[in-house]
Design a protein around this ligand. Structure first.
Ligand code: GLV
Ligand code: MN
Ligand code: MN
Length: 416
């Protein structure tokens, strides 16, 4: 087996970085079904075709490239990641695993190594929650947790439905073929940057993910009274911004009190109305992102903040409405698949660390359908979801080599 092709990975990362909705700002923004996303799709599909893989797309735009195995009666091995980004994000998140999947299939094809099972590169639609507020959108359709009717109710900040954007781009057909069931996929492997500092700090090139932290998303609206900033005395206000500030600090304090790196709370998206310096805000709308590696404490974080809403309504006379948009369960890698990846690292004499993922991934969804494992490569200074995201090409290529060999071994197993 050849080593991963530096030129292919380097060029792929650089080219995808040119498909960017915010070229005048730092970093890269590529939201689902924008022009930038459509250009990235065309490019990735051209790579799949050039690699001589069988290309197809499903109704929500997940892209597939298939390398046929010897026994088509056996369930395939899937590998892949996403190619969208957060707003002003980096060049590596998702992209490394998407290109790494195509490169792995190319390497296996070129090597002529036999494999029983089909191997499928899957490039997921919209793993980031940026446009529609739901993470792992494409893979939620693959698990069947979202379906065609949901596309009509899922709307972006401009009120444009997922149904409208997908149909305007020619998607939305054959929805009944998207969802897979248990047994349809033999195993799923995803290569990804770590997005945290652990591997770099310990000087270890490969992480093998054993568990994935899951998110809950809550949208909140606080309605107070819009009043004059100068003439309304401090004790006669229903200031939605002050209530908001209390919520942010309560979330921080509660998540910190859990004292575990994989329990986090973040408020990252806020709209203030009317957003004027001399007007007491009448309304603040925002999102809460809660993460947890165990379901129960994560649910307790949700319960706690909802109780806090009641307390604040009474204390400040504001009205707080909320909607729980998502409540995913943490998932764990398949132990035998982890052993398989570990075996690859041992054979390659590459130090590795078994670790949890603080970020979520399409693997979180895939684990509901089939055995799953992830390969991490280090992130410089642990930075991610930021233009400063960086992983060296050497580290990326080592990750692709581990992915490729793991996928090939899985594709030759009769059972795990
Ligand atoms: C995915 O990028 C996440 O927010 O964890
Ligand atoms: Mn991300
Ligand atoms: Mn990602």
């Amino acid at each position: 087996m050849n080593k991963a092709d530096r030129r292919f990975m380097e060029e792929g990362i650089k080219t995808l970085h040119t498909f960017n909705s915010t070229p005048d700002q730092p970093g890269n923004t590529r939201y689902i079904f924008t022009d930038a996303d459509m250009k990235a799709r065309e490019y990735l599909k051209s790579l799949i075709e050039e690699a001589g893989l069988e290309l197809y797309e499903d109704g929500i735009g997940n892209i597939f490239g298939v390398l046929r195995g010897e026994d088509r009666s056996l369930a395939p091995v899937w590998t892949g990641s996403h190619f969208d980004t957060v707003i002003n994000g980096g060049m590596y998140d998702g992209v490394v695993g998407s290109l790494g999947a195509i490169e792995s299939l190319k390497l296996i094809k070129e090597s002529g190594e036999k494999h029983l099972r089909d191997i499928v590169a899957v490039l997921f639609t919209s793993e980031e929650s940026g446009r529609y507020g739901i993470g792992c959108l494409g893979s939620h359709f693959i698990t069947g947790e979202l379906g065609f009717e949901d596309t009509k109710r899922i709307k972006d900040d401009e009120g444009i439905s997922l149904y409208d954007t997908m149909t305007s781009r020619g998607y939305g057909k054959d929805f009944e073929k998207i969802a897979k069931k248990k047994g349809d996929i033999f195993a799923f492997l995803e290569l990804h940057i770590e997005q945290g500092p652990i591997l770099e700090k310990q000087g270890i090139p490969i992480g093998i993910v054993t568990g994935i932290t899951a998110p809950s998303y809550i949208s909140v609206s606080i309605k107070g009274e819009q009043r004059h900033a100068g003439s309304t005395p401090m004790n006669a206000r229903k200031d939605s911004m002050c209530a908001f500030a209390e919520i942010v600090l309560e979330l921080e304090a509660y998540a910190k009190s859990l004292g575990h790196p994989n329990f986090c709370a973040t408020v990252g998206k806020v709209n203030v109305s009317p957003n004027a310096s001399n007007v007491i805000p009448g309304e603040v709308r925002f999102t809460i992102d809660l993460r947890g590696i165990e379901a129960e404490p994560k649910d307790k974080m949700t319960e706690n903040i909802i109780k806090f809403f009641d307390y604040l309504e009474a204390k400040r006379g504001v009205k707080i409405e909320y909607h729980i948009d998502a409540n995913d369960k943490p998932m764990f890698s398949d132990e035998k698949l982890v052993d398989l990846v570990e075996g690859v690292c041992l054979d390659k004499k590459l130090p590795y660390l078994k670790m949890n993922s603080g970020a979520y991934h399409d693997s979180l969804m895939m684990a509901k359908l089939c055995p799953m494992a992830m390969v991490f490569v280090p992130s410089r200074d642990g930075i991610s979801h930021d233009p400063g995201e960086y992983t060296s090409m050497e580290e990326i290529l080592e990750g692709v080599d581990v992915l490729c060999e793991s996928v090939l071994r899985a594709a030759n197993l009769k059972k795990l």
